[in-house]
Design a protein. Sequence first.
Length: 196
Amino acid sequence: MHGNNELTSRFERAVAAVRGDLVAYTRHLLWRKDNLPDALQAIMFTAFRRFSDFQPDSNFRAWVFRIATYEVFNFNRRSDRERRTLVPLGDDEPASDALEGEIHYEELLRNPAVLNRVLASELLLAVSRLAPNEREVLLLRILGGFSTLETARILDMPAGSVMGFLGRARRKLRLALATYAHEHGWLPRAKGVHQP
């Protein structure tokens, strides 16, 4: 019984150190926001069930993120929504509301935070539209802070594939945000360049 208490304490300490990043990663990967509590519960259940096999000298963060990736994949596979559903990061107004009307210059001068909210929403929308492998790699590298090799181990893919998916994800995000900025007159179009 003492061994079980010690195992539980070690598990709780390990999870506490990565909880914020793990929640953010899971939230970003899920296609449906309302699945977040259930997905986190499934991740914790699976991780705790397998924790006795975890090697103490290994990277717990990489280990639990790998479990999270597969659990979220299972939730998404069962989801009846399309992959492009936006999952907002917080309780702010949804992106569709934030982007609904034209942003007026005077309003930006009075409340520059509006611009931040709109750009954050547009970025989330662009991330949600990435292919699953692109989104997973991008979020593991940005939110998880994992190296290319760690990301490759978590996703069980070659390091070259990680770099390829990351490169494509970054290009797609740059194009999506540049297109948005051009459409709203924040950036001038370069002569001879046509946006898709």
